[in-house]
Design a protein around this ligand. Structure first.
Ligand code: WT7
Length: 646
């Protein structure tokens, strides 16, 4: 155990960091007081525009409306590839590390250009044009990045669906945004196991009438079902087209991608991001937060199926001409030294991962870390959930040997880019705190009535003004955007998170205040798991809550009321877990399923989630007032049969 203490900038920072403390304050002040000047300077510095904007920004937060760099034109793939070719055509753009340690390759910017242009031409030849939606259901292979960039080159809007999602979840996402093409692989490979991606696509497409094209990358050579009119092999199609592909000139506010994320209802939301603002947000944060210097090797362990992979494996790093590492496998295969072996093999300088991975590796003991060199590392990052101070100190001492600052970065799918974070060289660190707002971000804390809280306080976290990479709409349902983010508190963005601000103005994110769980960094709506459970024939009603878990952060606890005539059994519990995996994905499987003859409800019929949460977490002394329940005896029954006991 390491002592939990604050760490000065001078404890662990390179001397030539982009910013120091004064530099942060100066830029932050400008970003708030003269936003148009600030953002115009940044947009010119980080991006290459085909045509300049006529106005920096316009927004109406009460309607959830925002536009950035209005009338400006640019192409994302040109910014991420073409403009680097003169200076760094031969530099490695992507280092790919396969699932097996023997399997890796480097892709230069010139090669990246060729791959992306070819695939873009294939898509064009299949009739995909500007504004069309393309679904990507891919393993972590370079073709996933090629596909994202190829879409951006021709102005198609990609919707990446994480490869761990089930066929049903894939089907719903394809249909919600009416994708007409799908890019996938025959099989994915993770931790020595194969994932039947193409087979899942086949299942999904049984109910997706508008998909006319499926492009399949041959990753393993495994057997696949094939439909002549619809299916093409990636390697065959790309070999047959030109490497020259004129980019589509995109408006700054043209859609770049849709990414589905969970909220407090059963239906995932298609978060829509646009071109100029998103790209600026991801590039600028990648530069400042990771203090990226030319020539460094940068590794974000996320999957491209999540926003972290979009912004910090693909768009941010490539826009900055960086070398980005993409890892196909898992941190524990072949053994728990894998991450550090990769760091040594590719001389990784910057390493960005999730607290759940840090805790899992910490549990395996120090030896697996200390037997590796890690001499190249100089900066560590954390994202996805609050990091507990014990894990923070372990990361700092054991992995980083007290030489690497840790950036604990708070943000969301909806924010597009990092929002609250330390900056290396500029911010003193406190384990567990995401510290201070990034440039242009104006966070605040409010009480449930919406009164802003001053000074040291705890409350709901809101963002008071528009920022370039903010969500523009929920695909096909703008009202849902307004209802979810811009209605709880008038004229501001509501994050769904709670936070505390300390005496130094540092933010400490405490977690979701809505019915959204964070399991191993995966965002899961309790309603999604509940809807899956009640679809099963033996389930009458279900309620799902989260409880703390040492490694996963949170785990899933389900209360299930069987249909009349159904006898609960362990067999049935297994079946229900498998059923949820099938409906949503295996990461959404409940850890506990408790049978109950009824759920605790108020007299008006509302499920008392607070009580269910306490029972699931074994916190019986704080059950609180249950007298408003329609049938208080239900609670005694639930307590007596609870499954998660200390
Ligand atoms: C939710 C967003 C974009 C990051 C990957 C997850 C939680 C994220 C932190 C952090 C505490 C964090 C929040 C947020 N979260 N980063 N550094 N400290 N909590 O993106 O799936 O959209 O989830 O993740 O609860 O609302 P996401």
């Amino acid at each position: 155990m390491y002592k939990i203490e604050n760490h000065k900038v001078s404890d662990a920072a390179r001397v030539d960091s982009h910013l120091d403390e004064a530099g942060y304050h100066k830029l932050y002040k400008q970003s708030i007081e003269e936003p148009d000047t600030f953002w115009a300077e940044q947009a010119e510095r980080f991006l290459t525009w085909d045509k300049p904007w006529s106005k920096v920004h316009e927004s109406d937060m009460s309607k959830g409306e925002a536009a950035w760099f209005i009338d400006g034109k640019l192409n994302v793939s040109v910014n991420c590839i073409d403009r680097h070719l003169d200076k760094r055509g031969d530099q490695t753009a992507i280092i790919w590390e396969g699932d097996e340690p023997s399997d890796s390759k480097n892709i230069s910017y010139r090669e990246l250009h060729e791959h992306v242009c070819r695939l873009a031409n294939v898509l064009r030849a299949r009739g995909v044009k500007k504004g069309d939606r393309v679904c990507l259901y891919m393993p972590m292979i370079p073709e996933a990045a090629y596909a994202m960039l190829a879409c951006s080159r021709i102005g198609a809007v990609h919707s990446v669906v994480f490869g761990g999602f089930s066929p049903d979840a894939l089907r719903d996402r394809i249909n919600d945004s009416d994708c007409q093409a799908v890019i996938t692989a025959d099989e994915g490979v993770r931790g020595g196991k194969r994932v039947p991606l193409k087979q899942n696509v086949e299942k999904a497409l049984k109910e997706c009438p508008n998909v006319h094209t499926v492009v399949t990358v041959k990753r393993t050579g495994g057997d696949v079902e094939w439909h002549e009119h619809r299916d093409i092999w990636y390697h065959e199609a790309c070999a047959a087209v030109s490497t020259d592909c004129p980019p589509e000139a995109m408006d700054s506010e043209d859609p770049l991608f849709i990414l589905y994320t969970s909220g407090s209802t059963g239906k995932p939301k298609g978060v829509l991001h646009t071109t100029g603002g998103y790209l600026l947000g991801s590039a600028m944060t990648h530069h400042y937060v990771f203090d990226y210097h030319d020539g460094e090797v940068y590794w974000c362990t996320a999957d491209v199926g999540w926003i972290t992979g979009h912004s910090y494996i693909v768009y941010g790093p490539l826009c900055n001409g960086a070398t980005t590492l993409m890892f196909e496998g898992v941190p524990t295969y072949p053994d728990a030294s894998r991450c550090w072996d990769i760091v040594d093999k590719h001389k990784v300088n910057i390493f960005y991962t999730a607290p759940t991975a840090i805790r899992a590796l910490m549990a395996q003991g120090n030896e697996l870390v200390t037997k590796t060199s890690r001499a190249s590392l100089r900066l560590l990052g954390s994202v996805g959930e609050p990091i507990n101070p014990e894990a923070w100190e372990w990361y700092y001492h054991v992995v980083g040997e007290m030489r690497c600052p840790i950036v604990d970065t708070w943000w969301q799918t909806e924010t597009g880019a990092i929002m609250i974070t330390p900056l290396p060289g500029a911010t003193d660190l406190k384990p567990g705190s995401a510290t201070r707002p990034f440039f242009g971000v104006e966070p605040a804390l409010v009480d449930p009535e919406g009164n802003e809280l001053e000074g040291v306080a705890s409350g709901n976290l809101i963002i008071k003004r528009s920022w370039p990479s903010q969500i523009r709409t929920v695909y096909g349902d703008h009202q849902r955007l307004i209802d979810t983010y811009f209605s709880a508190y008038k004229g501001v963005y509501f994050t769904g998170d709670g936070a505390r601000r300390d005496e130094d103005g540092y933010y400490w994110i405490t977690g979701r205040v809505d019915d959204v769980l964070n399991v191993s960094g995966h965002r899961i709506g309790t309603a999604e798991v509940e809807s899956a459970l009640v679809l099963h024939d033996s389930v009458a009603e279900a309620a799902v809550v989260g409880c703390p878990h040492d490694i996963k952060g949170q785990c899933i606890y389900a209360y299930v009321m069987p249909m009349r005539g159904i006898t609960p059994s362990d067999e049935l519990v297994k079946e229900l877990k498998a059923f949820v995996a099938e409906q949503v994905g295996s990461f959404a499987k409940p850890d506990f399923v408790q049978w109950t003859p009824g759920l605790p409800k108020t007299r008006s019929g509302k499920i008392m989630r607070r009580v269910l949460r306490k029972i699931a977490c074994d916190e019986l002394d704080t059950l609180g007032d249950t007298s408003t329940l329609a049938d208080p005896a239900v609670v005694d029954e639930l307590v007596a049969n609870r499954l998660n006991r200390a």
